[in-house]
Ligand binder design. Structure first.
Ligand code: IPE
Ligand code: IPE
Ligand code: MG
Length: 246
């Protein structure tokens, strides 16, 4: 990571599907929540590493719109872990100049979680070192429905001409408005799917799937993902020769 060349391949935006907590716990004959608690420690570690490496945006999928279908005890346990995490991390976010942002429908989260979330978002508002997007009650399709609904309203009340709807207009109506699209999308835990994550934004993300379960995804595993990314040629539809300038 020392050379300028390596630095230039650090992605601006990394998105992670943090999967495998439950299986990690089951392997240890412990309840699933034990895995989620260990997962919160991994979040602390990876946020710190990402910040040190100069990644501008880190998006972590913490709770999907589909995860409400889990047993009530697991959902409330996850909400408790989230609340603890936010309470314990606010100081370090401020110290490390990390701006917290939430992507997802916050209104459906428990009131106490919303309260600490809103407080943390407000207090870190002027931090510029890195943006940490926590995807909470997030679903890519729900996000698009919400965006399209708002675009529809704007068209009806005359503030938007339907002919002017462009990719940029759609991007600006998503939770990630104003942010670059993810360059690298990592999924831990061995599954090879997107599970409704960043469906619009990830259209040209480099995908990296690893068997490593989230609680075991430490710095070395993260660096391996970044190293894989740095060796890829992103062509965006062009030929390899065009991109390399050969
Ligand atoms: C990811 O781990 C965390 C959340 C979805 C909240 P899982 O809980 O999905 O872990 P596995 O996939 O069951 O191992
Ligand atoms: C995706 O993991 C959601 C999060 C990591 C928050 P899941 O474990 O919920 O995904 P599926 O159900 O296996 O697709
Ligand atoms: Mg899972």
């Amino acid at each position: 990571m020392e050379t300028q060349e390596a630095e230039s391949t650090i992605p601006r935006h990394v998105a992670i599907i943090m999967d495998g907590n439950g299986r990690w716990a089951q392997e240890r004959h412990r309840p699933r929540l034990f895995g989620h608690k260990a997962g919160a420690d991994t979040v602390r570690e990876i946020v710190e590493v990402a910040r040190k490496l100069g990644i501008g945006y880190l998006t972590l999928y913490a709770f999907s719109t589909e995860n409400w279908k889990r047993p009530e005890g697991e959902v409330s346990g996850l909400m408790g872990i989230l609340k603890n995490y936010l309470q314990s991390e606010l100081r370090s976010m401020l110290k490390n100049d990390i701006r917290l942002n939430c992507i997802g429908q916050m209104q459906k989260l428990p009131a106490d979680v919303q309260e600490i979330l809103k407080k943390s978002i407000a207090e870190t508002r002027s931090c510029t070192g890195m943006t940490l997007n926590l995807a909470l009650n997030y679903g890519g399709r729900a996000e698009m429905v919400e965006a399209i609904t708002r675009i529809g309203h704007d068209c009806r009340n005359g503030t938007l001409d339907p002919g002017a709807i462009s990719e940029a207009v759609i991007s600006e109506h998503l939770f990630t408005a104003g942010q670059p699209d993810p360059d690298l999308l990592i999924r831990t835990g061995g599954e090879n799917r997107l599970s409704n994550f960043l469906l619009w934004q990830a259209s040209y993300a480099e995908l990296y799937f690893t068997e490593v379960k989230w609680p075991d995804f430490h710095q070395e595993a993260f660096l391996a993902a970044l190293n894989s990314y740095s060796q890829r040629q992103r062509r965006f539809g062009q030929t390899g020769a065009q991109v390399s300038g050969a």
